[in-house]
Ligand binder design. Structure first.
Ligand code: ACO
Length: 328
């Protein structure tokens, strides 16, 4: 093929049935529905049961994406699972998903970029397809964040939820597909959102577990400002590179971190609020899963039509951030 673009051919999503409402959280920590709603926009978040695990939802989302892309699992030659909450340390959750799907031809691996994981995955898949290294790529964002949430820490437990979203990409020589993609990181922000225990630096012991060292620790307030600034910068870069202005966008699908972050980014970018997709009220922050879940909801509700210009942007622990501009 000549100039090949990578286009999203199908999307899918899945999440646990269990939910934690703001009223539930009021009984667990010193918080209120009013505080959570006005400071984050969140009303409820899904929470996996003890016998549910990340790949379970990843596989469900992936099956739907594969079906909607009208391909077979065996057609996939690249499988990227973006997650910070893998089933286990070894092997990669991507390999477990591959086996379950029967995607035996795929190179499968995990990608750790927190909330930016899905856009990191899209960016890599885009390049693999453009360079003809890959024909069909499956990019998944899947998280069971509630396993790492400290339900005595009101600053983190109100925002995180569980779920998975997936997208199948293939090549096209049409005008559609990914027009511009940028990913960035800055490890100097590592300790603004991190899980100190459980790895080789602070290996899991009875003490680290009882001390809650495996739970996420977050300086949310400091991250907030960096998130807004970084998402605006990288979104402007992809728009400029592709030769578009914010007003050209049909739909802005940001990572669902906090409604106030979304509103600030859209406002400063100059994207009208009617073009901004938000589902944070129902899902909370599902990290790498939030953008693919949102995309699938947009497709299902008819908000996304072929030819629409879609901007996605994210910011997450690391810190990592990125933006992808695509013609649907
Ligand atoms: N209920 C009631 N009060 C609360 C709660 C709560 N759940 N949480 C914090 N507070 C209090 C604080 O103790 C503080 O009280 P004080 O003034 O008496 O000290 C006050 O509210 C303000 O606290 P802030 O931390 O400044 O609150 P903020 O408005 O920043 O909201 C939040 C906190 C929701 C975490 C916000 O900072 C945020 O969303 N940050 C960004 C998170 C993010 O983007 N993370 C990266 C992506 S996630 C990933 O990568 C997995």
């Amino acid at each position: 093929m000549g100039n090949v673009n990578a286009v999203i051919l199908g999307t899918g999503r899945a999440y646990p049935e269990g939910v934690i409402t703001n009223a539930d959280l009021e009984t667990m920590v010193d918080t209120s529905d009013e505080w959570i709603t006005t400071r984050t926009g969140i009303k409820q978040r899904h929470r996996a049961a003890d016998n549910e695990y990340t790949s379970l939802f990843a596989v469900r989302a992936a099956r739907q994406a594969i079906e909607r892309a009208r391909i077979e699992a065996s057609d996939i030659d690249l499988l990227i699972c973006a997650t910070v909450t893998p089933d286990q340390i070894l092997p990669a959750t991507g390999c477990l998903i591959q086996a379950e799907l029967g995607a035996h031809r795929a190179a499968a691996f995990d990608l750790v970029a927190a909330c930016s994981g899905f856009l990191y995955g899209l960016t890599l898949a885009n390049q693999m397809i453009r360079s003809s290294q890959s024909r069909y790529a499956l990019v998944i964002g899947a998280e069971i964040l509630t396993r790492y949430v400290d339900y005595t820490d009101r600053g983190t437990c109100v925002i995180f939820g569980d779920g998975a979203g997936a997208a199948v990409l293939g090549g096209t020589t049409s005008e559609r597909g990914i027009l511009s993609a940028r990913i960035r990181s800055d490890g100097r922000y590592a300790e603004q959102l991190f899980s100190p225990g459980g790895g080789t630096r602070l290996q899991p012991t009875a003490e680290t577990l009882s001390g809650g060292m495996h739970f996420f620790k977050m300086r949310g307030n400091e991250l907030f400002k960096v998130a807004v600034r970084s998402m605006i910068e990288v979104s402007t870069e992809v728009l400029t590179e592709a030769g578009y202005k914010p007003e050209d966008i049909k739909l802005f699908v940001p990572h669902q971190a906090n409604q106030r972050i979304t509103d600030a980014v859209a406002d400063k970018l100059g994207v009208d609020s009617s073009k901004v997709y938000s589902n944070i009220a129902m899902h909370g922050n599902t990290s790498s899963a939030s953008i693919p879940i949102a995309l699938d909801e947009c497709v299902e509700s008819g908000m996304l039509q072929e030819g629409d210009l879609v901007l996605m942007a994210s910011f997450g622990g690391g810190a990592t951030w990125g933006a992808v501009l695509t013609r649907w």
